[in-house]
Design a protein around this ligand. Sequence first.
Ligand SMILES: [Zn+2]
Length: 70
Amino acid sequence: MVQRLEVRELERDYIEFWPAGTRAKGEYHCSDCGYGVVVTTVLPLCPMCSCESWEQAAWSPFRRTAAGIF
Ligand SMILES: [Zn+2]
């Protein structure tokens, strides 16, 4: 969706992306589809879209429910 893509472009300036396989703990969102996971060991591939990059969820001023996956 065009609107979501525009938001992602803005966020890209200050979001740190984490690749699959990185040791991590906490809540992360798929950088592609917005799917949320709680990670305790290492970041997986996104089960929804197989994307390999994640962003930490803690910072988020709003939740990405646009995809309807929460
Ligand atoms: Zn995804």
